[in-house]
Design a protein around this ligand. Structure first.
Ligand SMILES: Cc1cc2nc3c(=O)[nH]c(=O)nc-3n(C[C@H](O)[C@H](O)[C@H](O)COP(=O)(O)O)c2cc1C
Length: 153
């Protein structure tokens, strides 16, 4: 069975809620799903999953949620090769913050790509100004992502 790990970075729980809501869609497509909160680098690099999905919100001024900071710091300082990584990314933000809209999701995407990770499809950016419930945007996006990327088992 293919393994999917969903890595969550959240302050208020919205990104975790997204992870929990989309998880059954992957299970229905034959994935063994693990949701990882407060991830460490080893959660990604040891026993690398067949597929990864990052669900991260932005706090401060374009900053990573506190629980997610060590993960990104380790990626940057230890620079593991992520050549075998295929991933998707859902960024939660609020466009009223202007230039820092979805700043953490965008920064994470860049770090992962710099280390050789291959993003499948486009990043989803969910704007709290437009979408009250993030799931309303995430669920159809995941359905479409599974189909367009040929990820259904
Ligand atoms: C103190 C604070 C700072 C924020 N800063 C940003 C920001 O710089 N850029 C952005 O796009 N969204 C920002 N947001 C909006 C959150 O990213 C957005 O509400 C998101 O849905 C929260 O997700 P969470 O529940 O997973 O933490 C901020 C929200 C708060 C409360």
């Amino acid at each position: 069975m293919s393994k999917l790990k969903i890595f969550v970075g959240t302050v208020y729980g919205g990104a975790l809620d997204v992870a929990e809501q989309v998880s059954p869609l992957f299970e229905q497509s034959g994935y063994d799903v693990a949701i990882v909160e407060q991830p460490s680098l080893e959660d990604l690099t040891d026993d690398m999953p067949d597929l990864a999905l990052f669900c991260v919100s932005t706090t401060g001024s374009g900053d990573f949620p506190g629980d997610f900071v060590p993960f990104v710091r380790e990626l940057k300082t230890r620079s593991p090769s992520l050549a075998a990584l295929r991933y998707g990314l859902i960024a939660l933000g609020d466009s009223s913050y202007g230039d820092t809209f979805c700043g953490s999701g965008r920064a994470l995407d860049e770090v992962l790509a710099d280390l050789g990770g291959k993003r499948l499809g486009e990043r989803l950016e969910i704007d709290a100004m437009e979408t009250f419930m993030a799931d309303d945007a995430a669920l159809p996006w995941v359905e479409e992502w599974l189909t367009s990327q040929g990820l259904r088992g």
